[in-house]
Design a protein around this ligand. Sequence first.
Ligand code: AMP
Length: 370
Amino acid sequence: MKTVQLHDLTFEKCISKTQVQQAVNGVAVRLNDDYRGKRPVFLTVLNGAFLFGAELIKKFDSECELSFIKVASYDGTEQRDEIYTVMGAEPSLKGRDVIVVEDIVDSGNTIDTIIQILKDEDVASYTIASLFYKPAAYRKSHKIDYIGLEIENDFVVGFGLDYNGLGRNLTSIYKLKQHTMKNLVLFGPPGAGKGTQAEVLKEKYNLVHISTGDVFRYNIKNGTDLGTLAKSYIDKGQLVPDTVTIDMLNAEVEKNAQAQGFIFDGFPRTEAQAVALAALLESKGTEVAAMVALEVDDEVLVKRLLERGKTSGRPDDADEDVIRNRIKVYYAETAILKDFYEKQDKYYGVNGVGSVDEITERLSTVIDTL
Ligand code: AMP
């Protein structure tokens, strides 16, 4: 198996079963040398290190004992670095020579906590044996005494390591596949032609088109709670609150986990939304490739929207005051996103006046360079 699918993510093989076994053997040989005749306690950190711990014990020649410890990090984002004990080591490790068995040392937070526990327990000595070690991610100073393999700063699963509970039974190691996803933010004031262009571009580049305006209108039509809430803002040409919009956008992206990329149309409209989008895409191993903006003069926009209002059935297109308010809101709250993406070298402005084909051509010229 070259790739595996776990929940919504794809992982590709990066370390073979044989390499894993060699890494385990390397650590076992050194432990046998260093602990000959000492009767250490192997303290395996659950859940991930259970397989590594089991393999090490089988290869250990002298007398030894076993113990387990389980720690977890707080869920709240602010305390993500803090770790607490879920299950402590039994019986007491006081006066013992302890070998901490870890599957992976990443930032070092877990190891840091465990070392503190060992000091509090008054152990005679401790060393740390980790199957994998990520030097690029390690932020602590304790020496990792026995390392099976140093690896890149990738998210890995297999041989005890999991992604949301899955993947522990894989005998090789798999890393998160970096999607060559193309995620575009189609930008521009109301009436710039984002929806029209998105329809064409999604076919051309095989992307999923998410229009937050369309999703709101769908909810309004179906009389959902979200629709009722959104309507009170949309009818006035105001923005729907960020929390509501961000939750909705996240759900739309999750629904299309297999997409090769997205065209975001009408999102983000505030900096908070842009930050949330970056976090969401980062969690999928991808990012916004570009913001492509359709630039159109205000008066052209008003004319276009009034014209569209004759057939679109959208109340917010029929009333010139509401239209002007939408454009005003765009400049007051949304246009700052140009800076946001410009700072990341991701902003591309395109002339949005011309025929549909001409504008598609201009947009494609930008997209093809990404
Ligand atoms: P649109 O179809 O993109 O012109 O959006 C129509 C209306 O839906 C807007 O005027 C807002 O009231 C609401 N809306 C759409 N997308 C967003 C968003 N990203 N944030 C807040 N409100 C939005």
